[in-house]
Write a protein that binds this ligand. Structure first.
Ligand SMILES: N[C@@H](CCC(=O)N[C@@H](CS)C(=O)NCC(=O)O)C(=O)O
Length: 239
């Protein structure tokens, strides 16, 4: 195998120039997204990784997530979808985990063999299978009943159930800056997204003292500031 010093300097410059040009022409990743949707967590992760990526807006107002072109990428017809070098992945937490695993230097997921990895999966599952799933019922109650008169009581019941979940998370985050260990993981970005979704609650995540401290600190991160700017979300309440 040829070692690096077998290449002349001009040849290396030419190859590097072509590589940079190729990078400019086609981003490594494409994220099909819609502002403040479930695409927000992968968007935070892509920004945190400082990788080259392209944002492609799915025209949700015109139901583009159910178009045949989009369904060919994501048969669930939901937002987001990530394309990694031509390979399509859907489900926001799966995308976050995939990105974290693809960039192990980032420490966004604990290494195999580390006990924190088990906790990472526990919290990632709790956030997506429990909190996110219940928030979906809160936001789309009409999809969960055939009785139009039941909609208001579903919203009320869901708000109360989800508030209890944020209470549990508030307790968990006491004296901690991150959900897992001593550094940020995709769990923190996922939790930030869910907290934003719940900001209209009577007792929002920011009203819990530990969560408030934790979320306000996260809101100072460059990745969160950049994404919120792009997705047109004011962080004023987090200051
Ligand atoms: N579990 C999925 C949920 C995705 C999801 O429901 N996305 C919503 C936006 S937040 C969506 O695409 N809704 C449009 C639809 O269901 O047609 C994930 O985390 O990716």
């Amino acid at each position: 195998m040829a070692s690096l010093n077998h290449y002349s300097q001009p040849l290396l410059s030419l190859l590097f120039g072509r590589y940079k040009q190729h990078q400019k022409e086609c981003s490594l990743y494409q994220l099909y997204y819609y502002p403040l949707n479930a695409s927000m967590a992968p968007h935070f992760v892509l920004e945190e990784l400082k990788v080259d990526f392209e944002l492609i807006t799915v025209d949700r107002k015109n139901n583009a997530q159910k178009s045949s072109d989009y369904l060919a990428l994501n048969p669930a017809g939901r937002i987001p979808t990530l394309i990694d070098d031509g390979f399509a992945i859907f489900e926001s937490p799966a995308i976050c985990i995939h990105l974290a695993e693809a960039h192990p230097y980032s420490n966004l997921i604990p290494q195999v063999g580390d006990k924190n990895r088990t906790l990472f999966f526990q919290w990632m599952m709790y956030l997506t299978n429990t909190v996110q799933a219940e928030l979906m019922v809160y936001f789309y109650p009409q999809k969960h009943t055939t009785d139009v008169n039941a909609v208001e009581s579903i919203i009320e019941a869901q708000e109360s159930r989800i508030t209890d979940m944020f209470k549990l998370l508030d307790h968990e985050i006491k004296n901690k800056d991150f959900l897992i260990g001593n550094s940020i993981s995709t769990c923190d970005y996922f939790l930030f997204m869910l907290a934003v979704w719940a900001d209209e609650f009577k007792h929002p995540p920011l009203a819990f003292s530990n969560l408030s401290r934790y979320l306000r600190k996260l809101a100072k991160r460059e990745a969160i500031i950049n994404v919120c700017k792009k997705e047109n979300l004011s962080l004023i309440d987090y200051q």
